[in-house]
Design a protein around this ligand. Sequence first.
Ligand SMILES: Cc1cc2nc3c(=O)[nH]c(=O)nc-3n(C[C@H](O)[C@H](O)[C@H](O)COP(=O)(O)OP(=O)(O)OC[C@H]3O[C@@H](n4cnc5c(N)ncnc54)[C@H](O)[C@@H]3O)c2cc1C
Length: 305
Amino acid sequence: MLFCDEYLMPKTLDEAFAAMESHRGRYKLVAGATDIYPWAREGRAGDVEIPVLIDIAGIPELNDKKIDDKRTRFGAAMPIQRFLDDPQLARALPCMPRCAVWFADDQLRESATIGGNIVNASPAGDGIPPLVAHKAEVELASRSNGRISKRRLPLDLFITGPGRSEMAEGEILTAIECESLPGYGGSFEKVGHRRSLVISLVCLATLVKLDASGKRFEDVRLAIGGIGPVPLRLAEVEKFLLSGPLDEGRLEQAAEMPVHLVQSRTRQEYRREVVRGFVMRGLVNAVRRAGGHAVLTPELEASYA
Ligand SMILES: Cc1cc2nc3c(=O)[nH]c(=O)nc-3n(C[C@H](O)[C@H](O)[C@H](O)COP(=O)(O)OP(=O)(O)OC[C@H]3O[C@@H](n4cnc5c(N)ncnc54)[C@H](O)[C@@H]3O)c2cc1C
């Protein structure tokens, strides 16, 4: 059980920093609290007493979004459900709706925030690989002598290990900014121990753009989670796919390439098999959504639908 003496809901960043300063050493930030509440229960952290919880989810700046065809910016308190039902976000971030639809359930997605998912830095965090593939940066705010300042870091450098990040004491993750990729085909593959409400064992975000012939990749991005301490871009696989025509044989070669990257301590053989299948499936689905039917045989599409 989680106990607190005070539950504060600041309405601005300044109010949040003021609360953090006056309760230094005694507070914890929460947004959706969907990681914090289950953590503070028997079997995990047990009974936890945090004198002050500061709920930052209602701060308007943390819920804003700004989108054009080049850049997308959204507040850290954006609920995961918005990536599924906001058409502007869905167009700019083509694999996020597919990530969101497999994320928890409808009720939880309305509370769970993308910022909480990032700060939690779980190797199983589903929101992170798609944003790594979008070359996302995180914006971190802090306040000193009454002045708020902000710094930015690439998301893949922000996360340094399981549950670890570059977040400094007294900072708030305010926003995420990344490339908009409208017109790309996107896919998100995920597997866990059960079908629903599942924590990922492996997840893979795929984004592809085909050239005018529809027979080659103009851009391809693959980011994987769950096989090591931090999510990874599969840079070697991307380079290989860009270097030649798009055909079944080359997709199969690409699917073999990242298998050796599995570092997880458990279920290594299973994860290797999953990685191979996910790269194939991710690419086939993303190519189809990018309009590349002509290069996929009906058998290949059917195998990975
Ligand atoms: C039943 C269930 C199913 C789930 N399914 C999935 C799933 O499918 N995929 C998945 O990836 N996760 C899943 N989760 C985990 C969780 O829902 C997500 O990680 C969620 O995105 C966390 O966001 P939150 O806002 O609830 O975080 P919170 O619990 O509020 O916070 C998590 C951590 O981040 C910090 N924090 C939050 N926001 C900020 C900020 N803006 N600045 C600084 N620090 C901040 C908090 O202090 C805390 O340490 C599931 C959880 C449950 C209970």
